[in-house]
Ligand binder design. Structure first.
Ligand code: HXC
Length: 517
């Protein structure tokens, strides 16, 4: 006896209703505004035919408000699992066409269930946020729903990568779920994210502001540092998610998707020598060095527009996935300040969680001097770099390109902080402080009593740089492994990575360390 046709018809009708979301008109209106629908986003993310939805037939929990008999397709949340580039991924996508994508208790339960599935099966979570926030008609049940999600964000943190895409509104407490994830991508002109909007700020403090100033993708990418990538539109956001995933393991028990080349190219790369200016006072763009080091010049920069005196991001070197942390001499001489320390430390910790080796490129005169920095807590923030590097047990390869002065020499992953291999270029200056300052202090009397103090000062500064800040000083005391020709860097780093990939480092058991926050 074959299955009764009316049962299959009923299933088909129910599916069609759920797939219609808030209705053809509302879906079209979104597309007319240049946005994808919730299902478009999921469709674009997953390999064709691999998405399996969970919770398509749920019923909402609103009682009263004339809503009892109203249906909310999938309760405003498309959720399920599929494959991205052949690897399993869990994803949910809020549907703004269904009650504004607002989060009620069933909507929250779907997300919580998906997150549990993801953590138990070791797969990343990709969350598309497009929601008016807590479903007002459900009252505190919505708040409980957010609590359940936040709790699971933290449970998953450090076990599976979590990526949030903000492609519509994300207001109030709702912003804390993305904030608890590893990476946030915002679409350039169709999203916003804030705790208190301009009207609330005005009522509470009298301050006048605009959404552009406090909640736009640009504000978060350039000023607050809350997000990691800006996407042109939804399609670009999905492409960024895929690119990011291509560097990440599925969970903390796996290695990242290394694709080691059979043979490491050992040829020197003279182009890298062109990057470093002859005069040590001149600046250069460290991204040009990074481009010479990574395969195919492909570097996925994270937080490109914030705290620009440090550059962080992912690449591959002879196929091995690496996280690169580099001082940027072209921005404030590459000084470490409050924001760049936060940026660097968070990236280092992410890489460590997910077994991604760290390559550090050093050219920094030190921590940023200034009243605002001191009063803003540069001690606390700078300490994050020391903490993150010291705690990281992944392979750590450091290249000192030029200045490595003072505490910043240590903070940029020196040997004593656990670097496995440290190379220095002949241009490296490794010292307690800059040659100028140091020479003026230790040769004060000679300079003052010289017939031509200016000439004497210049002579003694040069002498100091030569004798005390030279990389051969550091090499002489075993603080660095080798002084290398910059053109040899790519091959040297690639070899060091291959030799350290199997690194095992055991530390005392503890709940967790107490990073200065
Ligand atoms: C229920 C909501 C909703 C919500 C929107 N809708 N937000 N329904 N709860 N929070 C519904 C609308 O009633 C409407 O339904 C549909 O979604 C589309 O909304 P519009 O207002 O027509 O759309 P638009 O003009 O684009 O404005 C979008 C918006 C606005 C800016 C998001 O809807 C808005 O301000 N919503 C309220 C935002 C908010 O204050 N949320 C609560 C935050 S408190 P119909 O049926 O007409 O299509 C919060 C606490 C979280 O989230 C705490 C966690 C710890």
């Amino acid at each position: 006896m074959p299955i009764r046709k009316e049962l299959l018809d009923q299933l088909k009708a129910r599916r069609e209703k759920a797939l219609a979301g808030g209705g053809a008109d509302k879906l079209q209106a979104r597309r007319d505004k240049g946005q994808m629908t919730a299902r478009d986003r999921v469709g674009a993310l997953f390999d064709a035919g691999t998405f399996q939805e969970s919770g398509m037939h749920v019923r909402h929990a609103v009682r009263g408000f004339g809503m009892d008999n109203r249906e909310l397709a999938a309760d405003g949340c498309v959720s399920g699992t599929g494959f991205v580039g052949g690897r399993p991924i869990a994803s949910y996508s809020q549907d703004f066409t269904v009650a504004g994508g607002s989060l009620g208790s069933v909507h929250a339960k779907k997300i919580a269930n998906l997150m549990e599935f993801a953590v138990e099966n070791g797969m990343p979570v990709v969350a598309f946020n497009d929601s008016g926030g807590a479903r007002i008609q459900e009252g505190v049940a919505s708040l409980a729903g957010y609590g359940q999600i936040f709790f699971r964000n933290v449970l998953l943190s450090g076990v599976v990568p979590q990526i949030a895409v903000i492609c519509g509104p994300c207001a109030g407490g709702a912003a804390y779920s993305p904030a608890l994830m590893d990476f946030i991508i915002m679409t350039k002109s169709t999203s916003n994210m804030f705790i208190c909007g301009p009207e609330v700020i005005k009522a509470a403090t009298g301050e006048l502001t605009t959404m552009d100033q406090i909640g736009s993708a640009a504000a978060h990418a350039c000023v607050s540092g809350n997000i990691h990538f800006v996407a042109e539109d939804d399609a670009h956001a999905v492409a960024l998610v895929k690119e990011l995933l291509s560097y990440l393991p599925s969970n903390n028990m796996m290695d990242p998707p290394h694709a080691p080349t059979d043979k490491i190219a050992m040829d020197p790369d003279p182009a890298i020598n062109e990057v470093m200016p002859a005069d040590h006072k001149d600046t250069f763009d460290v991204k040009r060095v990074i481009a010479r080091l990574v395969d195919g010049e492909r570097f996925l920069e994270v937080q490109r527009d914030w705290a620009k005196s440090i550059v962080v991001g992912f690449g591959r070197i002879e196929g091995v996935v690496v996280g690169i942390i580099a001082n940027q001499p072209a921005v404030r001489a590459g000084t470490l300040d409050i924001d760049s320390s936060d940026k660097g430390a968070r990236f280092i910790r992410f890489c460590n969680i997910f077994n991604i080796p760290l390559v550090t490129l050093v050219d920094t005169p030190g921590f940023m001097p200034g009243i605002a920095q001191e009063r803003g807590g540069i001690i606390r923030h700078g300490a994050k770099m020391l903490f993150a590097y010291s705690a990281a047990t992944v392979p750590k390869v450091t290249v000192i390109m030029r200045k490595a002065y003072g505490g910043a020499y240590i903070a940029m992953c020196c040997q004593d902080l656990g670097a496995d291999v440290v190379y220095a270029w002949p241009t490296a200056e490794i010292a307690v402080m800059g040659a100028e300052g140091a020479a003026r202090i230790i040769y004060k009397r000679e300079i003052e009593t010289a017939p031509d103090p200016k000439a004497k000062e210049a002579e003694l500064i040069a002498d100091y740089r030569e004798r005390f800040a030279s990389p051969f000083q550091a090499a002489g005391s075993g603080m660095i492994d080798d002084v290398i020709d910059p053109s040899e860097t790519r091959a040297a780093v690639a070899l060091a990575l291959r030799k350290t990939l199997g690194k095992r480092s055991t530390r005392p058991q503890k709940k967790h360390g107490n990073i200065p926050l």
